[in-house]
Design a protein around this ligand. Structure first.
Ligand SMILES: Cc1cc2nc3c(=O)[nH]c(=O)nc-3n(C[C@H](O)[C@H](O)[C@H](O)COP(=O)(O)OP(=O)(O)OC[C@H]3O[C@@H](n4cnc5c(N)ncnc54)[C@H](O)[C@@H]3O)c2cc1C
Ligand code: SF4
Length: 461
């Protein structure tokens, strides 16, 4: 049996940051148990950029962010053990905890003084919402669609309808469009999109994808395979308005209808949960069981990985403070709630330099700007109007043939109207040898500018 001071369950951004900070705060042995074969959590399939703006002051893709978090944790001396599915937590008479994990060789038991739960969340499925109609193939949750398209090289459909306008659905709308699908509609039951304004602007409006609010999928049509869905308008009480149903032919329906904190392991310890399955903690991120802390999406679903990491750091530090009988630090619940959500304001430019997503209005005649919280927003708005550019993120095939894809991004920004063309060109690229994160896999010239495409993850031996 292995013993440690802090045992972290889950190696997503929350768990990795907790392990890193526990070591930094002076913990002796820190162990992270992860059920997957790879650390990084859900970020490994989030190949787009927009991560790290707060934590690293740099714009990274999901896999790049995950790689940084993994290095920080392992360089600090924390031990990350993969392929360990934690099944049970038990409190011992001496106040410590026994934690059991399934491995391919059987069950392992760990003994620890404190625990940080960082088990993330899972998606709501069709079973969690009731959509009338048949049960054909072709209905996916957004995360499953993301995994199939971004990692497994499986295109889920050519004509796609998305139900729900949370960030994962919006990001998938752009991704599927770049991969050559037509996103016929995004339907949102609320009066405003629920995702960040920056994602509504850059993932939906920029590609001319129709987004209907107060609208739902009222029927799924198709016997074995999805043939169509019926969209209906909703009144302000969320009831279908009779006579508004219209049929949209499609071969894939993507559900982006919310996330549920994943807390089965927490329950084995008797940790108190809210009705939505989130962990109830005090302001120090300690659960109803002293010595057990919780952070990230299993505690409360958060919009940005950067804030998850920040919270993980606090949970890891507080676990060490508890062991050392020191004062614990409080989590500021408001901190992660300052970002603009919903439709961008009319006539504004959504600044994407940082997650605040300021709605900048540039009065060209008067030469004035409003809505920007800092000067960078003014520069962004001017560039967006005169010469809009984007970092391109996509995948390329590898020597593994039909195996996992390699996520890539451009080092330089590309004119906005050349993005689709470049992604299409990259679809025929195949990387024939092992490459490391940051290595060049392709280069080209666009309008006289040299564009380098780099791997954002390791691939091969
Ligand atoms: C499909 C999807 C896409 C998302 N896209 C974005 C995005 O683009 N940008 C963004 O900022 N946020 C995104 N999010 C939100 C994202 O979840 C958070 O930003 C962040 O990854 C949450 O970190 P976490 O550490 O709490 O959880 P996760 O990243 O989910 O990590 C939890 C880890 O715990 C492990 N685990 C769970 N149970 C056990 C167990 N019993 N034993 C051992 N290990 C276990 C899991 O395998 C996983 O590795 C997305 C979420 C989902 C579900
Ligand atoms: S204007 Fe400043 S604060 Fe606002 S989104 Fe842009 S960079 Fe962030």
């Amino acid at each position: 049996m292995r013993s440690c001071d802090v045992l972290v369950i889950g190696a997503g951004p929350g768990g990795l940051a907790a392990a890193f900070s526990a070591r930094k705060a002076g913990a002796g042995d820190v162990i992270v148990l992860e059920r997957d074969r790879k650390a990084g959590g859900i970020l490994n399939q989030c190949i787009h950029n927009g991560f790290g703006l707060i934590r690293y002051n740099e714009e990274l893709t999901g896999p790049e962010y995950a790689a940084r978090a993994i290095s920080e944790a392992s360089d600090s001396g924390a031990m990350i053990l993969l392929s360990r599915h934690v099944s049970d937590i038990r409190k011992e008479n001496d106040g410590s905890f026994s934690v059991s994990a399934y491995t391919k060789d059987g069950i392992e038991v760990y003994r620890t003084k404190t625990i940080v739960l960082a088990t993330g969340c899972r998606e709501r499925t069709r079973g969690n919402i009731s959509i009338p109609g048949s049960r054909p193939a072709g209905v996916f949750t957004a995360g499953v669609a993301q995994n199939l398209v971004n990692i497994r090289n499986v295109m889920i459909g050519r004509r796609v309808v998305i139900l729900g306008s949370g960030d994962i659905g919006l990001i998938m709308a752009r991704r599927l469009t770049l991969e050559g699908a037509k996103v016929m509609a995004i339907a949102e039951i609320m009066a405003e999109p629920t995702g960040l304004a920056r994602n509504v602007s850059q993932c939906v409006q920029e590609f001319g994808i129709p987004l209907y609010v107060r609208t739902t999928v009222s029927r799924i049509i198709g016997k074995r395979k999805l043939e169509a869905v019926e969209l209906s308008d909703l009144d302000k009480d969320g009831k279908v308005i009779p006579g508004t149903a219209r049929r949209i032919d499609c071969d894939a329906l993507v559900l982006s209808v919310g996330l549920i904190p994943e807390n089965e392991v927490a329950q084995t310890a008797g940790v108190r949960l809210f009705a939505n399955n989130a962990v109830d903690t005090d302001r120090y991120l300690q659960t109803s069981i002293p010595g057990v802390f919780s952070c990230g999406n299993c505690r409360h679903v958060m919009d940005l990985a950067d804030y998850v990491s920040e919270q993980g750091e606090l949970a890891g530090r507080n676990a060490v403070h508890l062991i050392n009988d020191q004062d614990m630090e409080s989590w500021d619940e408001e901190k992660s709630n300052c970002m603009k959500k919903g439709f961008p304001d009319e006539g504004s430019v959504t600044c994407t330099i940082c997650p605040n997503g300021c709605q900048v209005v540039w009065d060209e005649k008067a030469g004035t700007f409003s809505g920007n919280r800092c000067r960078r927003g003014a520069r962004f708005a001017m560039e967006e109007k005169s010469n809009p550019v984007r970092t391109v993120t996509t995948t390329v095939k590898t020597m593994a043939g039909d195996g996992p894809l390699l996520p890539v991004r451009t080092l330089q920004k590309v004119p906005k109207d050349k993005v689709v063309e470049l992604v299409s060109e990259l679809r025929s690229v195949r990387v024939e040898k092992p490459v490391g994160n940051g290595e060049t896999v392709f280069s080209t010239d666009i309008e006289g500018n040299h564009i380098t495409v780099i791997a954002t993850s390791d691939c091969g031996e």
